[in-house]
Write a protein that binds this ligand. Structure first.
Ligand code: GAP
Length: 456
């Protein structure tokens, strides 16, 4: 019998895994789906929360120069006039005269329809802002927009935050939240959708220090992805060329990831100078200046903006973690997710459903659940159960067997190596906490022993 061959990651494999295991479903699926909108299922929502928590920890909690914010999605329409979105947040759109598909002409290679080769209409600028109405009357005066970025919520709150926190420059304000863009072309699964989530930081600095802070954030942000396990060789920084730069940006880099469909933007890091604060101050008539106690002058801070997409980070993490390997005569599929990100940290697997064993396993399950996202699985063979956990990236499985009832010990099996140790139940929680924080599996607690070494 020929052995199966492990395959490389592809978008089809990721989409299929996400659907099959409940990471992501098409929005409104029972109605045939809604184009480019996605629902995160039980495992997806855990992974997404863990990504946000990792970002919040790195950007807000772990620092004393950044605070958080959660501003509303609907904002005063003048915000978007001031930011330039109403006038300039548009892409060139052309329609095929034969098949009537619509295309973003700045992303086309040639000048004919990529679907049927037909002739395209002259491009017109199409604004990407979603419009709706505030209140019961649908007229021009009641038009409001779903925000296309979370950033403006930060700029308009700059003075509120400064006054209430009494912080000095440099100070960052960070926000995580939904944004909406009526994209002309969507696709590549969750890579480009019309409703998505952003993690944005606006880091306000004294003019003149902006270049140093810009370089600092380029490094910090790239390292964040690496620390979460993304392979260095799949990340690169790409500087925007002059013609790509927004008119207000002094400099901008994209952190790009090598997705199965090619290199594409994960996060943008821009030096936006004083554009946003100056514009919002001009349109609102309220000062957004900062009193510099050193120079005794009012200044408008410059801002460095690292702006990341959660959905793209999610996709990059899955693509990077995806692995297939030959295990005996079968393909073992696994996700090498960082324990911090894994949707389920620990699976409790009783070797049998017999009552006394099940009871001991359920007690452990109830106890560990107070600390971590834990799952319980007693269906089918232990091998199959391990595979199910490997496939969703669960770092540790705890197996409760008949001996456990006698010796009050259980085995812990590690996902990547499949190595196992046996530890006293009373040491289980502290041992798992240490392993989840990165301690080597074979560092044993009192009374623990190496149980099985799969690969040496
Ligand atoms: N405030 C700056 C800003 O919004 P951006 O480059 O337009 O900058 C930042 O967006 C990040 O938001 C992108 O790097 C990407 O990760 C994410 N993003 C933007 N549009 C998206 C879309 N249609 N679908 C999914 N993510 C998107």
């Amino acid at each position: 019998m020929t052995k199966p061959t492990p395959a490389k990651v592809s978008m089809e494999k990721i989409v299929s895994l996400c659907r099959r295991r409940g990471f992501i479903f098409p929005s409104s699926e029972i109605y045939g789906g809604l184009s480019s909108c996605w629902d995160y299922g039980p495992l997806g929502v855990e992974l997404k929360r863990n990504i946000k928590q990792a970002w919040w920890q790195a950007v807000v909690q772990g620092r004393d120069d950044i605070v958080g914010l959660d501003s509303s999605i609907l904002m005063h329409p003048q915000v978007w006039e001031a930011s330039g979105h109403l006038e300039g947040f548009a892409d060139p759109l052309a329609e095929c005269k034969s098949c009537h598909q619509r295309w973003r002409t700045d992303e086309l290679e040639g000048d004919s329809c990529p679907a049927c080769g037909g002739e395209l209409t002259e491009p017109r600028m199409f604004n990407l802002m979603f419009k709706t109405f505030m209140g019961p009357i649908e007229d021009e005066a009641s038009v409001v927009y779903l925000r296309p970025e979370t950033a403006q919520g930060i700029f308009v709150n700059f003075s509120n935050v400064l006054d209430t926190t009494r912080k000095k420059l440099p100070i960052g304000i960070a926000q995580i939240g939904k944004s909406f863009r009526n994209e002309i072309t969507t696709g590549n699964f969750i890579f480009r959708s019309r409703e998505f989530e952003q993690m944005e930081l606006e880091f306000f600095v004294k003019p003149g220090t902006d270049e140093d802070w810009f370089n600092y954030w380029l490094e910090e942000r790239r390292n964040w992805y690496i620390k979460l396990g993304i392979k260095k060789e799949n990340l690169r920084l790409r500087q925007h060329m002059k013609h790509e730069l927004a008119h207000y940006a002094l400099d901008c880099y994209d952190i790009e990831y090598q997705f199965p469909m090619g290199w594409a933007e994960l996060e943008g890091i821009a030096n936006r100078a004083d554009f946003d604060l100056s514009q919002q101050a001009k349109y609102s008539g309220k000062s957004l200046a900062y009193y510099d106690e050193d120079t005794k002058e009012q200044i408008v801070p410059y801002v460095i903006e690292p702006s990341a997409g959660i959905d793209r980070t999610f996709l990059a993490l899955l693509c990077d973690a995806y692995d297939e390997e030959l295990d005996k005569d079968e393909i073992r599929m696994l996700l090498h997710l960082h324990p911090k990100l894994a949707p389920i940290k620990i699976a409790i697997l009783p070797l049998s459903r017999r009552e006394n064993l099940a009871q001991a396993a359920r007690e452990l399950y109830a106890d560990l659940r107070q600390c971590w996202a834990v799952s319980y699985d007693d269906a089918q063979s232990i091998g199959r159960r391990y595979r199910r956990q490997d496939e969703i990236g669960t770092p540790f499985c705890v197996t409760v067997d008949f001996e456990s009832l006698e010796d009050k010990q259980v085995t812990i099996r590690e996902r990547d190596t499949m190595n196992q140790i046996r530890v006293p139940i009373k040491e289980l929680k502290t041992t798992l906490a240490a392993k989840l924080s990165g301690e080597d599996l074979f560092v044993l607690p009192p009374g623990g022993k190496i149980w099985k070494v799969e690969r040496e």
